[in-house]
Ligand binder design. Structure first.
Ligand code: EPZ
Length: 417
């Protein structure tokens, strides 16, 4: 059983280098299926979610292998020679991002309906609305999403919610559609911009990524990209920033784009944490006179839901009352029950969590319920006195490359089993 054991209660000191963005890598890996010639993706994080998607893409017929520690060679298939196997797909919700590329390039797709996960039901109605708008037939048959399409045709699509995944699936499919596609009320996350940049590097014509409206002129081939480097992971960076604040440490975060973590920087400064920025580094120093803050999670550029659990831990260490409102997922406060085992005082009412901060945290046995809850428990273990055992740590390894060594270099006493 996967477990992380931490002897906490000491400040994190030193520097940590951020790896490539998990959520950009997963989307761009799916998009690479649309390429008409081999290419190399650089700065890909060596994490479990990426390894599972590589296996899935290999099953579909691509030739794909690690050229070195963080570069992937990919030779897309001429045609699909297998379905995405359920055993692999059920491990990775992001495999739903294969839909758009497969329909656009191969005219067919069969992907297991990725079940819900611990943070919410994770519907796909907006994905289907957009793909059907482009002319694809999409149906659900015995737990699978079955897609069929001739030549897709450009259209105008309005997203009822700025869904990251729906924006990505529709954008990828529209690149090979006939004519122009306009997508309105799209997600504006940095990972959307990175995907658009990759598609354009392959020869697509995507405009407006990062704004509310994306316009795409369909093309007939995507053969222009030889090499592409993924942006740094803003959520990994934010996780280490919060860990520095929660342990009252002093940490230099390297290989980060400060603008991508602006909402977190603003909140930490509001809490009286000292945050210094340069072009590609952020230094976080936390003293004693910290202040409670309130947080509302929102689509980018609002405060990211993927840093909400981590901030809950930090606010548990700050004297005073803080309130978190989770507006993106309906069930993303599960970590609160585990934090209470460490001594945190948190009251959850629906989408609101009220944190009475300032009580000291003491090590205990806890379990991770999802990726970011697991990361939050690591921060709690670092801040707590005594020893914390985190079980179900496999969740953590999905999204954090080399977390044991990165934390040890910051002075943490940690073992990942
Ligand atoms: C992406 O998930 C990320 N995953 C998530 O990161 C992240 O939390 C989320 O975006 C929000 O930023 C990847 O990129 C692989 P959504 P996604 O579609 O695309 C509703 C992590 O920890 N919705 O933006 O699944 C949905 O119910 C993971 O790295 C619909 O109603 O998120 C939710 O309430 C966790 N209909 C909201 O939108 C749809 O068709 C946000 O979902 C699709 C979504």
């Amino acid at each position: 059983m996967h477990k992380v054991i931490i002897k906490g209660g000491r400040p994190l000191e030193g520097k940590v280098r951020i790896s490539g963005a998990k959520n950009a890598s997963l989307a761009i890996l799916c998009a690479s299926l649309m390429a008409d010639k081999p290419l190399v993706l650089e700065n890909i994080p060596y994490i479990n979610d990426v390894k599972v998607l590589i296996e899935i893409i290999g099953t579909i017929g691509a030739k794909i292998y690690w050229q070195d520690y963080q570069s992937l060679y990919i030779e897309p298939p001429e045609k699909i020679n297998g379905d995405a196997p359920y055993e692999l797909v059920k491990k990775l919700r992001a495999s739903n991002l294969l839909l758009g590329p497969m329909l656009a390039k191969f005219g067919c797709a069969k992907v297991s309906l990725p079940g819900g996960c611990n943070i919410g039901s994770r519907p796909m109605d907006l994905h289907f609305k957009g793909l059907r708008g482009l002319g694809a037939e999409v149906s659900l048959e015995r737990g699978h999403i079955i897609g069929r399409a001739g030549k897709l045709t450009g259209t105008q699509i309005y997203l009822d919610f700025p869904s990251v995944g729906a924006t990505e699936n529709i954008m990828m499919a529209a690149c090979l559609a006939e004519g122009q596609t306009i997508i309105e009320n799209v997600a504006k996350e940095p990972e959307i911009v990175d995907l658009a940049n990759f598609l354009n590097a392959m020869g697509a014509k995507v405009r407006g990524a990062g704004t509310d409206i994306i316009k795409i002129e369909g093309v007939t081939s995507l053969d222009k990209c030889q090499r592409y480097s993924i942006i740094p992971d803003r959520i990994e960076a934010g996780t280490y920033m919060v860990a520095a604040a929660a342990t009252r440490g002093n940490v230099l975060i390297e290989n980060v784009i400060p603008k991508h973590v602006e909402p977190l920087i603003a909140k930490l400064r509001e809490a009286n944490v000292d945050v210094e920025e340069s072009e590609d580094t952020i230094t976080v120093t936390a003293g004693k006179q910290l202040k409670p803050v309130d947080i509302k999670t929102l689509p980018y550029p609002g405060f990211p839901t993927d840093l909400q659990s981590q901030m809950m831990v930090f606010l548990s260490t700050v004297p005073g009352t803080s309130v978190i409102i989770e507006n993106i997922f309906e069930n993303r406060f599960q970590v609160a029950d585990e934090l209470k085992r460490l001594g945190a005082k948190i009251k959850v009412e629906g989408r609101m969590a009220v944190i009475e901060g300032g009580s000291s945290l003491h090590g205990a046995h806890v379990k991770a319920t999802d990726l970011r809850a697991g990361a939050a428990l690591v921060i709690a273990g670092l801040a707590a006195s005594g020893e914390t055992h985190i079980s179900n740590a496999i969740y953590i390894y999905r999204g954090y490359q080399d977390i044991e060594n990165k934390l040890k270099l910051l002075g943490a006493e940690v073992r990942c089993l």
